[in-house]
Design a protein around this ligand. Structure first.
Ligand code: GLN
Length: 455
């Protein structure tokens, strides 16, 4: 913990931590020492971790990287961060992210962007760590903590993990409680760990999972020992390669990464088969209807009364002006765009044309995966992202370009499946690239074991 606190102070330029909690960290580290001495060490006893700012942490600023939550210190602790604490983990502080987890580059944060610790060969342009869990990815990659929490609504664990050369798993929807995590799109949001390798992911994930009566979508299922599933034996497993993920204009190095990954799994004894997920091309448009629709509803609660910041009002302003001014100055441009898109697609005249249509597409996407699994596929291998980390500032003026970052990841959230990104190689400049494995629902152990074979 002391080594991490020192490293964090020396790495302010990365912008990974937005709020440091050294007193809490030292207190919990001391408690962990005592438990260790007493011979009662839980799984994560004394493991220093960072917590994404989307998680409510009792008495500690929890702003979802938004101006509108300025001054908000929750009275309660999210279930996931509480479970980590119960397992002995030590919180070092809160991690940077895109505002309300909306983004793929960590540039929509009110705190400013986090920076990727990786650089291109001779070019010293700072690169994005990805988003929305950019601070988590940057902190783990730069050794500021041993693991971090992330959340993934459309790729926000897997894309930043791929951009920074670390491992990130989004479990099956319902595995981790969403209680106390600031809601973005409730039918898609899932928490998960971001770690240095697959074994750490298995250990931290186990502590994060479990049924929680406070979240009605949390699954009442036993949580297996994911680490015990890491046998390295994948003989006889069937791995599907979905042809629709071979996008036009896919860079040769991504193609190569993908086929090298398939070769590695084949060499380890798996059977590689071509599969079709025919509705893939509709996933991104469906996601960018459903996610903003749910966001516009979830974000209605930020009204200047219940949480955080209220705008300064003028003489004669009524409640409408209070809402308008608070939300206009409290939400950044990307969040405002999502609220407007969401409100539009849910409005009376357009509901059927957009929102309902997107929900039907979502069902078709889910069925594509079910059919593949019914045909005996155990896991699906794809690239995690269409490129390596890009320079900060490069995509900020073009939201559609930014949304394309999620092309390989959003399908997994729409279908509620577990997905993992593991570092699998580098591009021509030596930047990390990730491969994604998608698994059957509730079979995270199996998925982690397949990912383990790729390490
Ligand atoms: N980049 C996607 C978005 O902006 C995904 C974000 C996420 O997974 N939280 O919606």
């Amino acid at each position: 913990t002391e080594a991490c606190l020192t490293a964090i102070d020396a790495a302010d330029a990365l912008g990974a931590f937005v709020h440091k909690t050294p007193e809490i960290a030292r207190e919990r580290a001391a408690a962990a020492d005592a438990r260790l001495k007493a011979g009662d060490a839980p799984d994560l006893c004394g493991i220093p971790m960072g917590i994404k700012d989307l998680f409510c942490t009792r008495g500690v600023p929890s702003q979802a990287a938004s101006r509108i939550l300025e001054g908000f210190r929750p009275e309660y602790e999210s279930t996931v961060s509480q479970q980590l604490q119960d397992a002995g983990a030590v919180m070092l502080g809160k991690l940077n992210m895109d505002e309300f987890a909306m983004g793929s580059s960590n540039e929509t944060s009110v705190y400013g962007n986090a920076v990727n610790p990786w650089r291109r060969g001779n070019d010293d342009a700072a690169l994005t760590p990805g988003g929305s869990s950019g601070g988590s990815a940057s902190a783990v990659a730069a050794d500021l903590c041993l693991a971090a929490t992330g959340t993934d609504t459309g790729g926000s664990i897997r894309q930043p993990a791929a951009f920074t050369g670390i491992t990130g798993i989004k479990p099956t929807y319902g595995r981790c409680s969403r209680w106390g995590i600031v809601a973005f799109a409730s039918s898609l949001d899932q928490a998960g760990p971001m770690t240095k390798d697959v074994r750490d992911a298995a250990i931290v994930l186990r502590a994060m999972c479990g049924h929680d009566p406070k979240d009605s979508t949390s699954a009442d299922l036993a949580v297996p020992d994911f680490e015990a599933a890491l046998t390295g034996d994948i003989k006889g497993k069937t791995i599907g390669i979905p042809r629709e993920y071979r996008m036009d204009g896919m860079p040769a190095e991504i193609e190569k990464l993908w086929s090298d990954g398939a070769d590695m799994l084949r060499d380890a004894g798996a059977k590689i088969v071509d599969i079709s997920l025919p509705h893939t091309k509709y996933a991104l448009p469906a996601y960018y209807v459903i996610a903003p629709a749910e966001a516009s509803s979830n974000l209605a609660r930020y009204d200047g009364v219940r949480y955080g910041r209220r705008a300064k009002l003028s003489q004669g302003d009524g409640i409408t002006e209070m809402y308008e001014k608070t939300r206009a100055e409290g939400f950044g441009p990307e969040v405002q765009r999502r609220v407007m898109v969401g409100t539009y697609v849910l409005s009376a005249g357009f509901y059927d044309a957009y929102y309902n249509r997107a929900r039907k597409v979502r069902t078709l996407i889910k069925r594509d995966f079910e059919q593949a699994f019914d045909q005996g596929v155990d896991a699906i291998l794809t690239p995690a992202t269409p490129s390596a980390a890009f320079p900060l500032g490069m995509e900020m003026d073009d939201p559609v370009q930014m949304y394309l970052n999620d092309v390989f990841t959003v399908t997994v959230n729409l279908a509620g499946l577990p997905g993992i990104s593991v570092p699998a190689g580098t591009d021509k400049d030596g930047l990390p690239l990730g491969l994604q494995l998608i698994g059957r629902p509730w079979e995270e152990g199996d998925l982690l074991n397949t990912a383990y074979a790729l390490e």
